[in-house]
Write a protein that binds this ligand. Structure first.
Ligand SMILES: OC[C@@H]1[C@@H](O)[C@H](O)[C@@H](O)c2[nH]c(CCc3ccccc3)c[n+]21
Length: 444
């Protein structure tokens, strides 16, 4: 048994499109996810975020729920289409919601951690090429400048992007997420423009915000294992690690793209979009790194002709997403970051959690013992990292409440709080009560 120190932040996380609803209220315009949900076959049963958890109207109750649980920090994202519903047109009503939410959090001693971009690109931007158009860097700059000027006095912790890997490779190569393209060359270009936008935001932040405000980025990272010790499988694991992890970690922390991946991508993608000064902009010093961890990957030599690395199914405990439960990789990823990339830079686990088949029992409770076990095992690995000298500052459980799970719609429940979407009633799951106890005892 060991304790998390008094400064360690126990938090929860959500994202605008997944919880807010009010998709067309107070001037919000369409995002690429509003559009994507309306395209046949893209999202489970055509679910969308029009209403979601109605957090836009129920935020005060949700903040009270967090307060009652002893939550110390709340990671949420801002919907760009509320702030700039049209190119160059600022919507003060959009900012007003986030001022109300932030005010409620601060009144309840809950630290706001804001994700500036969590995938809901305004549709007007996508109509102009979106992340494929390098001008997006300027549109993003206008957006972040407004946020820092309007909210910078209340919000001290900023995350530029949530998971650029998802906004690029999952959205433009694999095609599972909006806008659903399937072109590796596009995905590589998009990943570069995302990182440029990240760098632009950091530059603006350094100009506008005081030093007691902090800025970082959140990356989804996983540990990649070869299916066997064969040279082919080991080579596949190296490429998968480059595709998932090093393609983002290297430019951000080393100021260069990994050569093996540049060479591989270069066969399928123009990489002449990298111009002088780009990598300097991308690799500016950050105040922290956010890590989203869910599962590891085990890969064998594949034959897709591009990455030639195929994830295999492992006979082990899985969540409802089909993701293997593998807590040790959380420790291993954090140690790799400390030894190879971030050193003493503060780290936050900005997402970790699991989807399980949650049901409301006859007693009116949700006995999600699998999620309790999942969280317990992962918090133990986080504490192990701290005990081994790791500079881990906080942990945000994904998610505060069940919400819109992207292509899976509302069919997957990640919350420590159950949401009855018919009534929007919230029910604390056993995992919420477990978390409340962890926070009060600070002992795992
Ligand atoms: O899938 C659970 C959560 C999402 O609800 C969050 O919005 C997103 O930040 C997030 N990232 C990951 C890991 C990367 C991933 C996302 C979606 C699909 C496959 C992998 C898991 N999650």
């Amino acid at each position: 048994m060991s304790d998390f120190n008094k400064d360690f932040l126990f938090g929860v996380a959500t994202a605008s499109y997944q919880v807010e609803g009010a998709y067309n209220e107070d001037g919000r315009s369409m995002s690429i996810w509003d559009t994507f949900c309306r395209q046949d076959g893209k999202v489970y049963k055509g679910h969308n975020g029009d209403v979601a958890c109605d957090h836009y109207h129920l935020y005060k109750d949700d903040v009270k729920m967090m307060k009652d649980l002893g939550i110390e920090a709340y990671r949420f994202s801002i919907a760009w289409p509320r702030i700039f519903p049209e190119k160059g047109h600022y919507n003060p009503k959009g900012i007003d919601f986030y001022k109300r939410l932030t005010d409620e959090l601060l009144k309840n001693d809950i630290k706001p951690f804001v994700t500036i971009y969590h995938w809901d690109l305004p549709q007007w931007a996508d109509d102009l090429g979106g992340w494929l158009n390098r001008e997006v860097v300027d549109w993003f700059g206008e957006y972040v400048s407004k946020l820092f000027n309007e909210l910078g006095g209340y919000i001290r912790n900023w995350i530029t992007l949530n998971e650029p890997w998802c906004s690029s490779f999952l959205s433009y190569f694999i095609g599972e997420h909006a806008p659903g393209h399937k072109d590796l060359g596009e995905a590589v270009l998009v990943s570069h423009n995302l990182l440029l936008a990240h760098g632009k935001a950091v530059e603006i932040f350094r100009d506008i915000n005081s030093s007691d405000s902090k800025i970082g980025i959140t990356l989804n990272l996983n540990e990649v294992f070869p299916a066997t010790d064969s040279p082919e499988d080991k080579a596949a694991a190296r490429i998968a690690d480059g595709f998932q992890n090093r393609w983002f970690l290297d430019p951000i922390f080393k100021g260069e793209y990994p050569k093996d991946m540049l060479e591989l991508f270069g066969k399928y993608a123009k990489t002449d979009f990298i111009t002088d000064g780009d990598l300097k902009r991308i690799s500016q010093k950050l105040d922290f790194l956010g890590v989203n961890y869910y599962t590891r990957a085990v890969v064998k030599k594949g034959n897709d002709g591009i990455l030639n690395a195929e994830q295999i199914d492992v006979d082990n405990e899985k969540t409802e997403m089909g993701w293997e439960v593998y807590p040790e990789s959380l420790y291993n990823i954090l140690m790799r970051l400390k030894n190879e990339y971030t050193f003493d830079l503060p780290l936050y686990i900005t997402e970790n959690g699991a989807a399980y088949k949650d049901v409301v029992s006859d007693d009116g409770h949700v006995h999600d013992e699998k999620r309790v076990e999942f969280l317990k095992k992962h918090f133990k690995q986080a504490k192990r990292f701290i005990d081994d000298g790791g500079n881990l500052r906080g942990y945000f459980v994904w998610s505060l409440m069940d919400n819109f799970e992207w292509a899976h719609g509302y069919s997957k429940r990640f919350g420590i709080v159950y949401v009855d979407y018919e009534t929007e009633k919230r029910i604390l799951k056993d995992s919420a009560l477990w978390y409340k106890n962890l926070i009060s005892t600070r002992t795992i």
